[in-house]
Design a protein around this ligand. Structure first.
Ligand code: ZN
Length: 346
């Protein structure tokens, strides 16, 4: 299912644009624009992806979550050399900066590239080059969270972590697991090794796999933040635990609709999560694939009933849940508060 862009009043639209934002849950490769996909497919003569913009739009109509993963992995076949990774990253950075996103932690589907025979060094060289350029050009800071598909087994996680520890730059701040949600239990030792190496534990959990996946992520992977985590709302004791420990959740409403995790956007638990006292941030996941971006997620949140003050809470939560340096974090929070003050004084 594709979403349609949400419309809001001009006042709220201006407020959302003015609000300084961070993105904590966005996949680098899932941010590839259709035009980039077509160009790269033509460059490398990849025939497994559509060859027109219309075709790409149809291709992004996902039947269910496994179908989304299948399309996602196929789209990666267009990324082959350092230049491709740099181009993708530069494009993603410019689009984030244009939405007044100041900082982003991007998941990188590193294992998907390794399994196609692309060395980690090629991926990291390309994305790092563009990351540094983007920081100079747009002032946006970006950090990396390499991950692997959990349903491919623990060995794939081991290979991914080995590659990160061997070739990963200092801008790699975390390690993650995603794709079709399987038990997190087999990954306990792997995540212990990642944490011992100084990486933050940032797994997907409870996107559609139930509250138990979230408990496993907390108990077995030492999760410092939960990717999605919307299924916690099915378990009041888990909600209490998340509120008391303050473990943040990266919520991506439109993604949940497009992958079938929820049936109707009106029923998205985001407002209930926020009002239950959870540290919830707002994110876009795989924006072009879901016909969204972070600005649109704020519009969607507003249409779910959240006013300017609550939208500000979402923006603040993102900053607090991020791995930004303390002084930058404080300055950004002050800027966010100023935007709300101006709005409230109007
Ligand atoms: Zn994700």
């Amino acid at each position: 299912m594709q979403s349609s862009p949400a419309a809001v009043s001009p006042g709220i639209e201006a407020f959302i644009r003015e609000l300084p934002k961070v993105e904590l849950h966005v996949h680098l490769e899932g941010s590839m624009q259709p035009a980039t996909l077509l160009d790269l497919a033509a460059k490398h003569r990849v025939t497994s992806v559509p060859d027109s913009l219309e075709g790409v739009r149809d291709w992004y109509e996902f039947r269910d979550f496994p179908h989304f993963i299948e399309v996602y992995l196929t789209s990666l076949e267009t990324l082959c050399d350092e230049e491709d990774f740099a181009r993708l990253t530069a494009d993603v950075a410019a689009r984030l900066a244009a939405q007044n996103v100041r900082y982003a932690e991007l998941h990188v589907s590193l294992y998907a590239h390794l399994m196609r025979g692309i060395p980690a060094g090629v991926v990291f060289e390309g994305i790092e080059h563009a990351r540094r350029e983007a920081e100079r050009e747009h002032g946006i800071r970006m950090r990396w969270v390499p991950d692997f598909p959990g349903d491919y087994g623990v060995e794939t996680g081991e290979q991914t972590l080995d590659a990160v520890l061997k070739d990963g730059p200092a801008s790699v701040i975390g390690f993650g697991v995603g794709s079709v949600e399987v038990s997190r239990a087999p990954f306990a030792d792997l995540f212990a090794r990642a944490r011992a190496a100084g990486l933050h534990s940032l797994p997907h959990a409870g996107e559609n796999g139930g509250p138990e996946r979230i408990r496993e992520a907390l108990d077995l992977l030492g999760a410092e933040r939960i990717g999605h985590g919307i299924d916690c709302m099915r378990d009041p004791a888990l909600v209490d635990r998340l509120r008391e420990t303050g473990v943040p959740l990266d919520v991506c409403p439109t993604s949940n609709l497009c992958t079938g995790a929820i049936e109707r956007i009106e029923r998205h638990p985001l407002p209930r999560m926020l009002r239950a006292g959870l540290t919830v941030s707002l994110n876009s996941d795989d924006p072009p694939m879901f016909g969204t971006d972070l600005l649109n997620e704020y519009r969607v949140a507003h249409r779910l009933g959240l006013g300017a003050a609550e939208l500000t809470d979402l923006a603040r939560n993102g900053v607090v849940a991020s791995y930004l340096d303390g002084s930058v974090e404080r300055a950004l929070l002050a800027e966010i508060d100023e935007v709300l003050e101006r709005w409230s004084g109007q």
